[in-house]
Design a protein around this ligand. Structure first.
Ligand code: FAD
Ligand code: NAD
Length: 402
């Protein structure tokens, strides 16, 4: 039999870690490895709120795939995946097609607007480098326009953020840094520019306890962020959000939806059985009933047996899944037993801008303030190391020695 062909879809956390580990474990004689990604670069999805606020340059959050994988060991294809034809073991791309013996689907997340009228048409979403860059440029444009107009509307300087989960809160934390800089740059009174976070639930960041949530809210309010908590967004229009039962309109010049994400639509197109937009996979990360298809990261649910519910989708989870998927594919090729995925939680940290944050780290210890902000940078650098290796950390890391 000719050597097996492993095709990995997506070069995010899960896909890139799988590919790198496979290329270390398997010799070129044992298998052909193909990595397919929309772009010729990997981006750190976990840094996108910084790109969207304009507190980091988009190029810091991405690196070329050829800097992380050896093109002599991995065939790189830069193209968009349209569909997986499982019965023919074939992947349809925008510009070509690829067959596989083993398939890894790691195509990440898309924004989920839950059908809220007008949200897709009128709100920005933080989903990749270009969508995030667009938000930063739109915000700056609003400030530049305001500064150049005779009778500008103050509403054009309002930034509305819908959803007070991790993404929404980390994003307003970055905006609390950026907005004062923009006011200074365009000579605008700081009180004219508003940052408003709208959350339907009774609290922001439900993962953290009351103590940390109170700290986070106060820290952000002290830096000018306004909260509308317990306020469901009913509709989005060109003017802003319509909220609550009395249909109040909150006007803004920039509207960003951070109210949720779901799995890549390629899953639905390919006929996988979906639960809330993702595929339930077995403990070895394969699709039930499929010998040769692994689905990872934000495209799948993996059951946390202790908690009795799936693990929440995070970069940390996707990275660890990538390593286990590579081990299991190598085991399949070598006729060895597969292992079950077990998540090793290294803790959770949310940034609140550059110098502040909150977190639960090992053994349930709580951290806040500068310690949490520093920990977040360590986490970010560790993530870079896992997907790219030491050279990438030196080039793009947040604790660069130069
Ligand atoms: P991704 O990393 O999103 O990678 C998917 C890849 O597939 C991308 O390279 C994309 O270009 C490619 N792709 C997509 N569609 C196609 C297609 N049709 N064809 C070809 N290629 C395609 N998690 C944490 O653990 N810690 C954090 O601090 C954290 N912060 C976050 C901050 C923000 C702003 C956001 C939005 C998320 C954050 N998360 C965090 C969650 C984390 O980013 C995701 O859980 C993680 O990215 C999922 O990894 P993945 O490998 O499944 O997908
Ligand atoms: P999320 O689902 O965690 O949060 C969305 C928030 O929007 C929720 O609080 C929800 O109540 C709110 N919402 C939904 N509909 C609404 C409506 N109509 N009106 C007002 N509010 C509404 O989504 P996310 O924040 O994008 O996070 C996605 C995933 O990425 C999560 O699993 C998260 O853990 C992960 N993430 C992790 C980090 C981190 O670890 N630092 C950072 C960002 C994202």
């Amino acid at each position: 039999m000719s050597k097996p062909k492993i095709v990995v879809l997506g070069a995010g956390y899960a896909g890139l870690v799988t590919t790198r580990k496979l290329s270390q474990k398997l010799s070129p004689e044992e298998a052909e490895i193909v990595l397919i990604n929309k772009h010729n670069y990997h981006y750190e999805s976990t840094w996108l709120h910084e790109v969207a606020a304009g507190t980091i340059n988009p190029n810091q959050a991405r690196f070329m795939l050829t800097d992380a994988v050896n093109p002599k060991k991995v065939r790189l294809i830069y193209d968009s995946v349209l569909e997986v034809k499982r019965d023919e073991q074939r992947v349809v791309l925008e510009n070509s097609e690829v067959t596989y013996d083993y398939l890894v689907v790691a195509l990440g997340f898309v924004s989920n607007t839950f059908g809220i009228p007008g949200m897709e048409e009128h709100a920005f979403a933080i989903t990749d480098i270009e969508s995030s860059r667009l938000i930063a440029e739109h915000i700056e444009y609003q400030f530049a326009k305001y500064a150049s107009e005779e009778n500008p509307s103050d509403d054009s300087l309002t930034i509305l953020v819908g959803g007070g989960g991790f993404t929404g809160i980390e994003f307003v934390g970055e905006l609390a840094e950026k907005v004062p800089q923009l006011c200074k740059k365009y000579d605008i009174d700081r009180s004219k520019a508003r940052i408003i976070n709208v959350e339907a639930a009774p609290s922001i960041l439900p993962v953290f306890d009351d103590d940390l949530v109170t700290y986070a809210k106060k820290s952000l309010e002290d830096r000018g962020v306004e909260f509308r908590i317990g306020t469901p967004i009913k509709e989005c229009t060109a003017e802003g959000f319509i909220v609550g039962d009395d249909k109040e309109l909150i006007k803004a010049g920039t509207v960003v939806w951070t109210g949720g994400v779901t799995g890549n639509p390629v899953l639905a197109k390919s006929g996988f059985e979906l639960v809330k937009g993702k595929v339930n996979v077995d403990a070895d990360l394969r699709v039930p009933g499929e010998e040769n298809i692994f689905i990872l990261g934000d495209c799948s649910w993996v059951m946390d047996k202790e908690a009795g519910r799936p693990y929440p989708p995070t970069g940390q989870l996707a990275t660890q899944e990538g390593a286990v998927a590579a081990d299991n594919i190598a085991a399949l090729i070598r006729n060895q037993p597969l292992k079950d995925f077990v998540f090793h939680n290294k803790g959770t940290v949310a940034s609140l801008g550059i110098k502040d944050g909150i977190g639960n780290i090992l053994d349930g210890n709580k951290i806040r303030g500068k310690a949490a902000a520093a920990m977040k940078k360590v986490v970010d650098d560790r993530s870079l190391f896992m997907v790219g290796g030491p050279k990438i950390v030196l080039k793009k890391g947040k604790f660069r020695p130069f």
